[in-house]
Write a protein of this length. Sequence first.
Length: 140
Amino acid sequence: MTQSGFESFEVTADYGIRAWAPDLSGLFCEAARGLWSLLVEPTGVQAVRAYPVAVQAADQELLLVAWLNELLYLHETEGMVGREADIHRLTATDLSATIQGEPFDPARHRIVGQVKAVTYHDLRVAPTAAGWEARVVVDV
């Protein structure tokens, strides 16, 4: 297993994302990459525009859901497809970041699927011997 990464997995009628990284910021970035990979083929996305993001929640697990739902909101309302995330501030209840990506271009971006929402089902953010791991299920 690599130091950082993500994988998607099937859940009855939905998908899940498992992400891992040596630190919490990396974990949230990998979870974002996992979400984007369920929306469009990531190889065609370029980092040509910056999108600021700030979210708050009661704890780390709820913050992960708020973060991913905000990225989904940007995708749905502004047509943003993400390439990478640069997290500026991350506490147990607060996150601010800049997303690098671009507006969706049907000539260059291949749609992989649609995500309706990030759910609380089977939600987990926990430290591991190698760093951090998260698990989240998305409604498709």
